[in-house]
Design a protein. Structure first.
Length: 290
């Protein structure tokens, strides 16, 4: 049995690594010297810090067959966890807080318990691109005073929820469509002519009490490149119409210009989109889409 520590992605001064075990008898149990008990973890440390991981496989005890479990370990210094200059996988995006972790809340409708001063709720370093309807979501969040049935997070404890609503449902109050977005400055520029990829979990749900059912309210997610917060300069990817359950998507981004910001935007589709939430979670930087 053997174990190797590989670099998965980078975000700022932190590195995400994974201990990859081979041989022996799965499943494996992982134990890092600082108490972390998973195969994948983040390392944010000075260059002279040493990390080690112990891996135990699964013994088998049966009348007809037995297998004594094995143990192996690997060590790595923080200064050899090389990251590409733009972070993430080689040539990949450099983003932080990929699962939108933050205190649950929102800035729309100002229900009891949430500030009425226009505070924008977004999971830092993500920022909201509208004065209302920016969300950090879990099953406890309500719109107005009405709870919204919501899926469990695809990753972590919370996820992003982006509000979209098209006329005629919103025109009387908001004088036009609402297509909320969140934005993040990239920790390294996304260069023209490059090709990068990320996976993400997406879902939708009706946010209001419209007569139109959530199944017929079509919406999707768009990914834009820009050079300022919420600057929608170039559309880089658009998802297919979303489902009410989490589905995994892979987005290939091929910018024609240099960009410093990435924007995720909810878009209502067709003529029958009332109040709808687009849920986003579990971004992962990958080398390429399948």
């Amino acid at each position: 049995m053997a174990v190797e520590v590989v670099t998965v992605s980078c975000a700022g001064e932190c590195v995400r690594v994974r201990a990859v075990a081979t041989g022996g008898n799965a499943p494996y149990r992982f134990s890092w010297n600082d108490g972390v008990g998973t195969d994948e973890r983040d390392i944010c440390a000075s260059v002279d810090t040493t990390f080690s991981v112990r891996v135990d496989d699964t013994p088998v005890i049966r009348d007809e067959f037995s297998y004594d479990g094995q143990t192996t370990s690997a060590s790595v210094m923080a200064n050899v966890l090389e990251c590409p200059p733009d972070g993430g996988v080689p040539g990949g995006l450099c983003l932080e807080n990929l699962s939108f972790e933050g205190p649950p809340g929102h800035s729309g409708f100002n229900p009891a318990g949430y500030p009425a001063d226009g505070t924008q709720f977004a999971a830092p370093p993500w920022v909201a691109c509208a004065p209302q309807f920016a969300y950090v979501w879990d099953e406890t969040v309500a719109l107005g005073l009405q709870p919204v049935p919501s899926p469990e997070p695809a990753d972590g404890e919370t996820y992003a929820a982006l509000f979209t609503c098209l006329p005629p449902y919103c025109i009387d109050v908001f004088n036009g469509p609402i297509e909320n977005a969140v934005s993040q400055p990239l920790c390294a520029a996304l260069n023209a002519g490059s090709q990068v990829a990320l996976t993400l979990a997406l879902a939708k749900h009706a946010a209001g009490d419209d007569s139109v059912s959530v199944e017929s309210e079509q919406s999707n997610l768009e990914i834009w490149g820009g050079n300022d917060a919420c600057d929608e300069a170039e559309l880089l990817w658009s998802s297919p119409p979303l489902q009410t359950a989490w589905t995994q998507h892979c987005a290939t981004l091929t910018p024609t210009r240099d960009f410093t910001h990435l924007i995720l935007k909810a878009r209502g589709l067709g003529d029958e989109t009332g109040d709808t939430l687009v849920f986003v979670d579990e971004l992962q930087i990958v080398s390429a889409c399948p």
